[in-house]
Structures are given as structure tokens and as C-alpha cells.
Ligand binder design. Structure first.
Ligand SMILES: CC(C)(COP(=O)(O)OP(=O)(O)OC[C@H]1O[C@@H](n2cnc3c(N)ncnc32)[C@H](O)[C@@H]1OP(=O)(O)O)[C@@H](O)C(=O)NCCC(=O)NCCS
Length: 280
């Protein structure tokens, strides 16, 4: 092992030690406090249900397109379900909810990683670094729990339909603007095709997205940066929303296109991918 690898390994080992601690670092400065809605349901489901309804109103304004957001019953059900890995944090300014984040912690073999589903800031609080503060808080929280990276789906502007671009614009941000935000948050794109099966109750595969990643532990991340590693990450993520895909032609094509790769490259989020899905 060379000096650079040794340095990465020692960083990685110290993160693993911190994973055993239960401290939520990184919050504090920008927000009055962070409300963990899953924990709220464990302590008082009645109060938590009210909190979730208060949360849902600004969340649904941030994601104006109904198809882009979770429904209130689905969120409620997931937060009550002990086998769901979904966590929702509400970021409070005084008594008001100024933003939120939805994420899941996943296991791939021996490795822990995370999937980020939503981050939002209410329109009147935007442009004041609160989005960055939410992302910093999550990075510290997830890193302290041993996550080696966070994956997230993004619209690929080169594959987006005019309808989806218009729906994004209604939320006060374009898909290109979103990519710029996530690029500043340290996310990169995986230079491979990415498609996503329908969640329960829907029927259409999502073919116009890319998969981005924020690496939190470079040393351990290398184990996933191959074609088979990528497919196991994708499966671990899809399994969290109970989709069935194993026998689908689209899934088999994704495996064929990527599984043989020795290395999955990371590229800037706004660069065109060399390998991307073909739309039929
Ligand atoms: C994306 C969103 C969370 C940004 O929140 P915010 O509090 O305004 O962001 P911040 O003030 O923390 O900005 C952080 C950085 O991102 C940049 N940024 C924020 N919004 C941007 C945009 N629309 N276009 C380009 N860059 C943007 C800022 O310039 C800033 O860069 P800097 O640190 O170099 O100055 C907010 O616009 C939002 O809730 N949008 C609707 C929901 C959404 O699209 N969420 C993201 C997808 S899940």
C-alpha cells in the first residue's frame, strides 16, 4: 500500500470509529434545531402525525409536481413502519419548518452507504446557505454512521421532456439549476446508464435520470467503483422501495451495459455522460 492509500485507509478507519458515536454533528449554526420525524413517531405518534402534516405543506410547495414527491400517506406509513429505512429530518427556524431532508441508510454486503431522496428549503429562506447547511448536517450525520457515500438520482437535462422541465420550473428551480446546486454540494455523476423501476402503485420506469454520488470515504468507496459494485448499489437502493425488477428487460439491459466494467468513472455532474441509457 502506497502513502496515499495508507492516508486514505487511516481516514477511513477513524470514520469507522466515529460511526459508533451517536452525536449529530454539523447542525447548530444555521437552524434552531433538527426534528427527526421517525424518532418523533416512536415517542408520540399523535403529536408526530401533526408535525408531519405541518411538514408536508411546505415540502409539497418545494416539489410542485405531484409525481416528483412522496404522498402524505406514504410518508406516514414509512415512518411508522420499523422495517422501512426512510428517515425524514425537519430543519426548524424557531417554531417554523424552513427545510427538510429525506434519506435512507443502506447495506451492500459489509459496506454502509446512504441514499438521499429529497432536500428542500422553503422559498422565503432560499439563498441564505440553508441548503448547504442541510447537506453539511447530513454528511456529518451519515459519515458518523459509517456511510462511505451518498447516492442520489437527478434529472439528466439532456434526457428531460419539456413537461418535466416546465414542472421543475414551477418549483422555482430548473433541472440545470438543481445540478449546479448539487455540484456545489460535492456530488459527481456516475458515468454509466441509470434507470429506475416504478415504485409500488406506479407502472412507468424512470428513464431520464442519472445517478450521482457524494463520496464520504474514498478508501472504502473504491470497492464499489466497478460495474458489479455499481449494480449492487443500484439494487440495494431499489430494494428499499419494494420494486420488482429482477425479470424486467430494462433491468437486464442495464446489467449487460454495466456489469463488465472494471471501473465506473466519476465525472462532473453537469458533464455529458459517455455511457447513458438509450431511450426507446
Ligand atoms: C435547491 C435548494 C435546496 C437550494 O437551497 P438554498 O438554501 O437556496 O441554497 P444555498 O443558499 O445553501 O446555496 C448553496 C450553493 O448552491 C448554489 N445554488 C443554490 N440554488 C441554485 C440554483 N438554483 N442554481 C445554481 N446554483 C444554486 C448557491 O449559489 C450556493 O453556492 P455558493 O455556496 O457557491 O454561493 C432550494 O432551491 C430548493 O428547495 N429547491 C426546490 C426543491 C429542490 O429542487 N431540491 C433539490 C432537489 S432534491
Amino acid at each position: 500500500m502506497g502513502p496515499a492509500q495508507e492516508h486514505l485507509k487511516s481516514l477511513s478507519d477513524s470514520r469507522e470509529k466515529r460511526a459508533k458515536s451517536d452525536v449529530l454533528d454539523g447542525s447548530g449554526l444555521a437552524f434552531s434545531h433538527v426534528l427527526d420525524l421517525r424518532k418523533a413517531f416512536q415517542s408520540d405518534p399523535h403529536v408526530a402525525q401533526q408535525r408531519l402534516s405541518e411538514y408536508y405543506a411546505p415540502y409539497s410547495l418545494a416539489f410542485a409536481d405531484e409525481a416528483e414527491r412522496s404522498s402524505l400517506p406514504r410518508l406516514h406509513q414509512s415512518l411508522l413502519n420499523p422495517s422501512s429505512t426512510l428517515q425524514v429530518f425537519a430543519f426548524m427556524l424557531g417554531d417554523g419548518i424552513a427545510g427538510g431532508a429525506h434519506f435512507k441508510i443502506l447495506r451492500v454486503g459489509e459496506l454502509t452507504l446512504s441514499a438521499l431522496e429529497y432536500v428542500w428549503v422553503s422559498p422565503e429562506s432560499r439563498g441564505r446557505n440553508l441548503g448547504r447547511a442541510i447537506c453539511d448536517t447530513l454528511d456529518s450525520f451519515l459519515s458518523a454512521r459509517g456511510s462511505i457515500c451518498t447516492v442520489a438520482e437527478f434529472h439528466d437535462p439532456s434526457l428531460s421532456s419539456p413537461e418535466s422541465i416546465e414542472a421543475d420550473a414551477q418549483a422555482g428551480i430548473t433541472s440545470k439549476g438543481r445540478l449546479q446546486f448539487w455540484k456545489k454540494m460535492g456530488y459527481q455523476a456516475l458515468d454509466v446508464p441509470y434507470i429506475c423501476p416504478p415504485v409500488v402503485g406506479q407502472s412507468v420506469w424512470n428513464m431520464d435520470s442519472l445517478l450521482g454520488v457524494k463520496v464520504l470515504d474514498e478508501y472504502r468507496f473504491q470497492a464499489l467503483a466497478t460495474g458489479p459494485g455499481y449494480i449492487s448499489v443500484v439494487r440495494a437502493y431499489w430494494d428499499t422501495f419494494n420494486s420488482t425488477y429482477g425479470s424486467c428487460q430494462d433491468y437486464r439491459r442495464l446489467v449487460e451495459q454495466t456489469e463488465g466494467l472494471d471501473r465506473v468513472e466519476l465525472i462532473p455532474l453537469d458533464s455529458p455522460r459517455r455511457r447513458k441509457q438509450h431511450l426507446s
